[in-house]
Ligand binder design. Structure first.
Ligand SMILES: [Zn+2]
Length: 696
């Protein structure tokens, strides 16, 4: 579809790097405003992402009907074909035809500026979702896969990737209880529906504001909140507010328990537990952790407990430091409370290191940062980024840039659409969307991956390019790490393309990019003052890196506490006590600051929905990324051999290989939980060299 023809030409024809005339260097693509109108070649007026039907919102219906028809054909085909490796291939094609519409629509429904497009996309998501549910309970379809997996001789003849993908498809089936008797299957379906409803209701409740009578708060802080008649409305924790009383009030009011939300959470957790047991697991956590790096709840708890023990002394020191700062500013009331750390640690950072973002921004123009990324990928992986002019109707907003990702010998690898700039109604989150997965097609061509990166950067103006704060620059590197995971994957099946891998592995490539973004040797290559051309001084980079370590133990300790809470909630049921009592005990054990009576933070823990039993993933991904950085890139961040190994052992497989095997292949050893803990703790050490350099 999108670029099949061009791909053929490139793959056959290009052995050396050659730049298409429609491509421009990546820096220019982000520095120069797009010129004139989009190309509108006759007969090629494309729709969104080059999908012809999507030139108008009504096209979604056409695309979705086409997908549903193709699905029916494929279902018939797989059910009437004897089992073999092709069974997996047809399953993957089936999944591809649905995902291609659903993933694209998933993005469009939240990001398109036009309501009509968003609504049409929403409708497409719904109808494909219904189809997926139907397929997951289609016994005939299930049996065709079952016949393959039950035949030991056949299974042994499958290559590891095919076998893994077959098992992953089976795993999806089993949660709907398809392998159970009729009565149990009905219960599984009912539970799935209930969990879906409870999840969205709980999620909504996590953002819901709380109100309190005005007269209960001192008048001097009223103006910090929204007022509604006689009431004060509190819709967030106000963690950065300088006034202690504002943060305290926000904390106590926003976290005041809501009976309905409490009930929703309890029901959600117990329904998940019932479903897991019904389909054969001891707890929900056991099911969620199948196929991950950690593999079992026991390993996750071991990781969290060891990490917590190793952190505790450093955390206490951080708390002391934060308490000292509070005492200095507010001697009458210097007891350290849970609403204090974010604000005071920010103050300490600013006081110790002169890291005002405006000092850094001029060195991080978006064009320079993109050049830096292209250069890094080029030296590490032989890959370059080029700006490409999209066709008319291909993008949803004029400021979206399209990047072609080109390998020096393999040619075009895929496309990244960069939706980087703020606009009205655009969700305020940085994220990566898979629009189309890579897969080997039956005709031998490779279906190129297509992704969107969404950021919220300020627009450039006539005399000022888009300038990034250090935080935005790091985010850009992080998100590009996800994009390159998608681009460099060469999985046979789109079901495991790029970032479609276990949750605790998914953040490894992106967090690894943060290590590059914080290394002077890398930053030095691209950070230039947009007016003077001067490069960013070395001590400014060091200062920035060291500032991030201030109170970092306390921050990590908080994450450990959240992750442990998530494990316990999704562990053995019935729970030993109320979710609030568990919160209190876990906070004491894993954090260290006192629980505040009449609060229930867990009711605002929105990640319980999407990351149920996997909240630890971010910490574990960070541990792996840190080890990869230390073992393979720290000595030379441009080491081509290490870069090639990184692609071969990790990125190329997407989710098609067991994650621990990828980690082992990369590190050339099998890391233990202690290794994970050690590397995370070592990252908190101050760099002595920097310290000396700065004090002279
Ligand atoms: Zn990420």
């Amino acid at each position: 579809m999108l670029c099949a023809r061009r791909l053929g030409g490139l793959r056959a024809g290009l052995r050396v790097r050659r730049v298409s005339t429609r491509w421009s260097p990546v820096g220019a693509a982000f520095t120069v405003q797009p010129q004139g109108r989009r190309l509108d070649r006759p007969g090629e007026r494309g729709g969104l992402f080059g999908v012809p039907e999507l030139s108008a919102p009504e096209g979604f219906r056409v695309a979705q009907e086409k997908a549903l028809r193709k699905t029916e054909q494929l279902v018939r085909r797989v059910c009437t074909t004897p089992p073999g490796p092709w069974t997996v291939l047809i399953f993957d094609e089936l999944s591809d035809s649905l995902c291609r519409v659903a993933d694209l629509a998933d993005f469009v429904k939240i990001a398109h500026p036009e309501v009509a497009f968003r609504e049409a996309a929403e409708e497409a998501c719904r109808s494909i979702g219904t189809m997926v549910e139907k397929l997951n309970t289609n016994v005939e379809l299930y049996q065709s896969l079952q016949r393959l997996l039950a035949d030991k001789k056949l299974v042994d003849s499958l290559d590891p990737e095919t076998r893994r993908v077959a098992e992953l498809f089976m795993f999806d089936f089993e949660i709907s209880g398809i392998h159970l008797d009729r009565e149990k299957r009905k219960r599984a379906v009912d539970l799935n529906v209930k969990i879906l409803d409870l999840s969205s209701a709980f999620l909504m409740g996590t953002h819901f504001p709380n109100t309190i009578g005005k007269h209960l708060l001192p008048e001097r802080i009223w103006h910090h909140f929204e007022l509604a008649g006689d009431h004060v409305v509190v819709d967030s924790l106000r963690a950065e507010a300088p006034d202690d009383l504002v943060r305290e009030a926000a904390y106590k009011i926003f976290l005041y328990p809501n009976a309905g939300q409490l009930k929703r959470l309890e029901e959600l957790l117990s329904s998940r537990d019932l479903l897991a047991k019904l389909v054969g697991y001891p707890t929900y956590s056991h099911r969620a952790l199948q196929g991950t790096i950690a593999q079992s709840p026991e390993t996750v708890m071991e990781f969290l407990e060891k990490l917590s023990d190793r952190l505790s002394e450093r955390t206490m020191k951080d708390f002391e430091m934060i308490r000292g700062m509070k005492m200095k500013l507010n001697p009458q009331n210097s007891e350290l409370m849970p609403w204090d750390p974010p604000y005071y640690s920010g103050l300490i950072r600013a006081e110790r290191f002169n890291i005002e973002p405006s000092l850094y921004c001029p060195f991080f123009s978006l064009g320079a940062c993109m050049e830096g990324l292209s250069l890094l990928f080029n030296r590490l992986l032989g890959v370059s980024l080029y700006g490409e002019q999209p066709a008319k109707g291909e993008v949803w907003s004029e400021d979206v840039r399209k990047l072609a990702v080109v390998h020096e010998s393999e040619g075009l690898l895929g496309y990244i659409y960069c939706d980087f700039f703020q606009r009205a109604d655009k969700p305020h989150q940085d994220c990566h969307f898979t629009i189309r997965g890579g897969r080997l097609k039956e005709d031998g061509d490779y279906q190129l991956p297509v992704v969107v990166l969404m950021l919220n950067l300020p627009q450039s103006s006539r005399n000022l390019p888009t300038l990034l704060t250090p935080g935005m620059m790091e985010n850009l590197f992080h998100e590009m790490g996800h994009a390159m995971h998608s681009m460099l994957g060469r999985t046979r099946y789109q079901h495991v393309t790029g970032t479609r891998c276990p949750t605790d592995f998914a953040e490894v490539p992106s967090i690894l990019m943060e290590y590059f973004a914080n290394d002077y040797r890398v930053v030095h290559q691209f950070a230039r003052h947009y007016q003077t051309g001067q490069s960013l001084p070395r001590n400014m980079v060091s200062r920035l890196c060291e500032s991030k370590k201030v109170c970092a133990a306390a921050d990590m300790q908080l994450q450990v506490f959240y992750a442990a809470l998530d494990q316990i909630y999704h562990g053995k049921h019935p729970l030993q006590s109320s979710t609030t009592d568990i919160l209190r005990d876990t906070q004491e054990r894993f954090y260290g600051l006192p629980y505040v009576p009449n609060t229930a933070w867990q009711l605002r823990f929105s990640h319980l929905v999407g990351y149920g039993a996997k909240y630890y993933s971010y910490l574990m991904s960070r541990a792996v990324a840190s080890m990869v950085w230390r073992e393979c890139f720290r000595q030379d961040p441009f080491n081509r051999a290490a870069g090639e190994r990184y692609r071969r052992e990790m990125l190329a497989h997407g989710g098609g290989r067991e994650p621990m095997l990828m980690v082992q292949g990369m590190l050339q050893k099998c890391p233990s939980i202690d290794d994970f803990v050690n590397t995370l703790v070592s990252d908190l050490d101050l760099d002595f060299e920097t310290f000396l350099m700065d004090s002279t």
